[in-house]
Each structure stands twice: as structure tokens, then as C-alpha cells.
Write a protein that binds this ligand. Structure first.
Ligand SMILES: Nc1ncnc2c1ncn2[C@@H]1O[C@H](COP(=O)(O)OP(=O)(O)OP(=O)(O)O)[C@@H](O)[C@H]1O
Length: 356
């Protein structure tokens, strides 16, 4: 998978963007499941983690280091908090970009208490020297603090209490193998199925004291791009609509009307996604067309199209990246309700892209 952090930054102000905005952060604390039983979906990761934590508790030991990989908003921070709660341990939260010098990391590590969970988000964005210090800290619970500079510099070993590192990354493939190998357990977080997101929406509605019908929750879930953070955000916008335009109850119709107003369509595409697809279909007959040409046609930067819009369109099977350019799939024509001109050159079947 190719989730780019810069792309998700650029997507920050979209209703269907995956990064947390200020409002998300304010409510997310209240919506986070507190234990593994409350955590919806991710059956395999949950089951495996349950075993890891139970075994550590039975041995009276600190849990092994845990690496969580997956797209933003799938629940990595939430799981790290659950790990701490299940181990009855405090948690310290920091991120790779916040640790630029090995000294920053040494300061954090040396202040940890026994059994504490250190959550290191975006661990792939840590500086190299800090990363190397982390290897030793994870393996031997020890760091060498360098005092002085040049030939006179000396390394002073510092013992650390046993702790559990929970690393989170959107790009497990970017981690150097020595770092990856030092995690006792790696959990790959998948996008959520609509039925799972429906449960997330129901749970959040209950916590927010919002009345919602099953079909209302299903409507929101179907437009949430497999991501609980987006589901919770759409729920809040639909709640606003239900309060202003109706009696506050979220039915299927209300959810659909509200999300139409916010331009999030039945499949979770927003205005930018649809603009890209529409240009590809209407102006270029479905492609192939070069990325730069497509970007000019929609009046966006090349990077925005490539990093913000395309990943989801590709994931949804609406657009394909081919060596000859971007190509719409038959599903794209269907989704936008357009019919391909039968005589046009470069139809998907003529190119043999989709098996005729
Ligand atoms: N499995 C789940 N069940 C219920 N709610 C969930 C689940 N996973 C995530 N959420 C909700 O989604 C929101 C985002 O989750 P979280 O912050 O843990 O994601 P993340 O993967 O750490 O994202 P990022 O990588 O951007 O930090 C939280 O409010 C949380 O309540």
C-alpha cells in the first residue's frame, strides 16, 4: 500500500481526509474504545494482541514491543492506549517527527517508569541517530548517552526500566529491517468492512447521545472509506443536519441527504475525487491520459491528484495507473452513470487491460 504522509497532510481539510483535524482530536478522546472487547473489527490483530498481553500478564512481565501498521485513522493510537490499559500501565505518546535528535529520545526513555508503554507514532519518520539509539533501548533496555564532542566524546551507558514500545507506521515497508525485527509482534490494520463501520457509528452515536436508525448508520458507514475516523466525522456532520433540518433522528434518508449536501457520495467519493474521475471520463474518454494533463484539466496540482485523490480511486477499483497513463475502469463509468462512446479509441477492452 502506498499511503503518503504529505498526501494525507494535503487532505487534512477534506471531510473524507484521513488525518485528524482539531475537532476530531477534541472528540476522539471521548469516542475511543477503552478495552479490546470494545474495539470493533480487526479480529486477527485483536486476537493475537489479546494472547500477547494475557501471556505477559501471566508471567508478570512487561509486554513485548508491538508494531502497528496501517493507514491513518484505523485505530493505531486507540490500540496503543488499550495495550497500556490492559497492562495496567501508564502511556507516553510521542511521534517520529518530534524526535529529531538522539538526545530527545534519550530524555524520553530515561524518564520512563517500569512497564510504561511508549507510543511512537510515525516511527518511520524518526531521525537516523535516534533510530539507532532505539535499537539498543528495545533490545537491552540500555542507551549510550554521548557526552562531549569530537575525539574527547565519551559514551555513558544508562540502564532503562523495562518498557513496551508501541510503534505505529503507515509504511511498514519503510522501516529498516533491524528496527522491524526488534518488535515481538506486528499487527497489520486493515480497512474496515461496512458492517464493522456500522457498529463503530452506532457506538459513537450512543456516546454522543444521538438517535440513529440501523439504515442511517449503514448509510454513513458506506460512505466512510473503510476508516473509523471518517465514519465518526461524517456522523457529526449528519447529526448537525438532522438537528437543523429534521427532528434530530438520523434515518437513512437524513444521512443520505446530509452527505449529499457535504458532497460525499454513496461510495465515499468527494468533490475532488469526482472531478478527477469526471475529467478522465468526459474529457479523455476514460484514458489513458498522463497525470499532468489530468491535473491541469481539474485545475489541481499534479501531487494533489496523485497523492490525495488517486489512492482511494485505485483502492476502489475506479482508476488504474498504467505505464501509458491513467485509465478509468468500467466501474468508474458505472459509478458516474456515464456510458462510454463505443467507437472511441483506447477502450479498456481494446487495451486488454481488464481482460476484454
Ligand atoms: N476499532 C475501532 N472501534 C471503534 N472506534 C475506533 C476503532 N478504531 C478507531 N476508532 C476511532 O477512530 C478514531 C481514530 O482512531 P485513532 O486515532 O486510533 O487512529 P490512528 O490509526 O492512530 O490514526 P493516526 O495514524 O492518524 O494517528 C478514534 O476516535 C477512535 O475512537
Amino acid at each position: 500500500m502506498n499511503w503518503d504522509d504529505d498526501a494525507s497532510d494535503a487532505a487534512g481539510d477534506r471531510l473524507v481526509g484521513t488525518d485528524a483535524d482539531g475537532e476530531d482530536r477534541a472528540v476522539e478522546a471521548a469516542l475511543r474504545p477503552k478495552d479490546l472487547g470494545e474495539f470493533v473489527g480487526q479480529e486477527r490483530v485483536r486476537e493475537q494482541l489479546d494472547l500477547v498481553l494475557k501471556a505477559a500478564r501471566a508471567r508478570g512481565a512487561t509486554a513485548d514491543h508491538v508494531l502497528l501498521s496501517g493507514a491513518p485513522g484505523l485505530g493505531k493510537t486507540t490500540l496503543s492506549m488499550i495495550i497500556a490499559a490492559e497492562m495496567g500501565a501508564p502511556i507516553r505518546i510521542t511521534s517520529g517527527p518530534a524526535i529529531q535528535h538522539a538526545g530527545d529520545l534519550a530524555a524520553i526513555l530515561s524518564s520512563l517508569t517500569e512497564g510504561e508503554v511508549l507510543f511512537l507514532d510515525e516511527i518511520h519518520r524518526m531521525s537516523r541517530p535516534a533510530e539507532e539509539m532505539l535499537y539498543m533501548a528495545m533490545e537491552d533496555f540500555r542507551v549510550d548517552v554521548i557526552v562531549g564532542k569530537g575525539p574527547g566524546a565519551t559514551a555513558i551507558p544508562l540502564e532503562l526500566p523495562p518498557f513496551t514500545l508501541v510503534g505505529a507506521t503507515t509504511r511498514a515497508g519503510l522501516l529498516p529491517p533491524p528496527l522491524r525485527d526488534r518488535f515481538g509482534f506486528t499487527g497489520h490494520m486493515e480497512f474496515y468492512a461496512p458492517a464493522e463501520l456500522q457498529r463503530v457509528v452506532h457506538r459513537s452515536a450512543r456516546l454522543l447521545d444521538v438517535e440513529i436508525a440501523d439504515q442511517g448508520a449503514a448509510e454513513i458507514a458506506g460512505r466512510s472509506r473503510g476508516t473509523p475516523r471518517i465514519a465518526n466525522r461524517l456522523l457529526r456532520r449528519v447529526r448537525d443536519y438532522a438537528q437543523v433540518k429534521a427532528d434530530g433522528v438520523i434515518t437513512r434518508e437524513i444521512a443520505a441527504q446530509a452527505l449529499d449536501v457535504y458532497e460525499v457520495d454513496a461510495r465515499g467519493l468527494d468533490r475532488l475525487d469526482r472531478a478527477v474521475l469526471t475529467a478522465l471520463l468526459k474529457l479523455f474518454g476514460g484514458g489513458p491520459v498522463g497525470l499532468s494533463t489530468l491535473a491541469v484539466a481539474v485545475g489541481e496540482e499534479r501531487e494533489t491528484v496523485e497523492e490525495v485523490a488517486e489512492p482511494f480511486l485505485v483502492r476502489e477499483g475506479l482508476l488504474a495507473r498504467t505505464p501509458r497513463g491513467r485509465v478509468a475502469t468500467p466501474a468508474a463509468w458505472e459509478h458516474l452513470g456515464l456510458v462510454r462512446d463505443a467507437g472511441a479509441a483506447g477502450t479498456p477492452s481494446q487495451q486488454g487491460l481488464f481482460g476484454g
